[in-house]
Write a protein that binds this ligand. Structure first.
Ligand code: ADP
Ligand code: MG
Length: 264
């Protein structure tokens, strides 16, 4: 096979496919028969007005809420993702919109929350004594690798700025997300400079081998950092586009419903 053909095949590979995802709350169709395809190595933007179903889509895919219907394929194989633990097990790490970090615990503890490292001796194996030294070292290594400048990893998360906190949350996707990072509005609470910092970090996730799904309201971020974009409106998928084929105005039209579109 020619090198180009191999490249083409690799490019076409879908790492994640969610088919016919619906979530109904009583009579409300928060999400109605939505398909999502994430290609290997891309950054896929999910855009839509408030209430369009973006967060619900992410939660339904990652098992944070139960689906009314829908199937999920990972690397072309159907997988069961019925809980966040299932999602993590296949290599999906998610940063949810509001619960990125726990305020009252240190940065290191936040990084390893639920995945603490125990000491590699009898104290660890029998009594579950935690290896804070190792966790601190890994946290420092991670921040160095990602150029995150947080020196005092012992301080509670609440002592840091929104940008720093988001950086910490994003860094967890590199440490634990083996294949996919899903980010729900990673810059929503950030100022301009902090947003830039967070988005540069999002861009670097790709270099660390992750495929990315990012929910955002920021059209500039879609145009500058994403490969493809899907538009949700009132719980339905209304368009999927290559970013190079759209402009911000067209996207806004699709989001508000001023532009009608067939899903391409
Ligand atoms: N737990 C819930 N119970 C009832 N309706 C919900 C619930 N969660 C979300 N919804 C509804 O689902 C729709 C989509 O919400 P959401 O996914 O949060 O939108 P987005 O993230 O795009 O702003 C909204 O109309 C919202 O009110
Ligand atoms: Mg949301």
């Amino acid at each position: 096979m020619e090198k180009n053909e191999i490249k083409h095949l690799q490019k076409a590979k879908n790492i994640l496919e969610a088919r016919g995802i619906s979530k109904h709350y009583g009579g409300i169709k928060a999400l109605d028969d939505v398909d999502l395809v994430l290609r290997d190595g891309e950054v896929l933007a999910v855009v839509g007005d408030n209430g369009a179903g973006k967060s619900t889509l992410v939660k339904a895919i990652t098992g944070a809420i139960s689906r009314t219907s829908g199937t999920i394929l990972f690397d072309g194989e159907e997988v069961r993702i019925d809980s966040p633990t299932d999602a993590k097990a296949v290599g999906i790490e998610t940063v949810y919109q509001d619960l990125a970090l726990v305020n009252e615990i240190s940065i290191t503890k936040n990084i390893f929350l639920g995945r603490e490292i125990v000491k590699d001796n009898i104290l660890g194996r029998v009594f579950g004594v935690l290896d804070f030294k190792k966790m601190d070292t890994e946290t420092r290594d991670l921040f160095k690798k990602l150029d995150i400048r947080i020196a005092d990893i012992y301080r509670d998360a609440q002592a840091f700025s929104g940008g720093q906190r988001q950086a910490v949350a994003l860094s967890k996707t590199v440490l634990f997300g083996k294949r996919i990072a899903i980010l729900d509005e990673p810059t929503a609470a950030l100022g301009v400079r902090e947003s830039k910092m967070a988005m540069d970090l999002v861009a670097s996730l790709k270099d660390h081998g992750l495929s990315v799904i990012m929910i955002t309201h920021n059209m500039q971020h879609v145009m500058n950092y994403c490969d493809r974009v899907m538009v949700l409106r009132l719980g339905r998928l209304v368009a999927v586009r290559d970013v190079k084929d759209v402009d911000g105005d067209t996207l806004v039209g699709l989001i508000t419903g001023a532009n009608k579109s067939k899903v391409a």
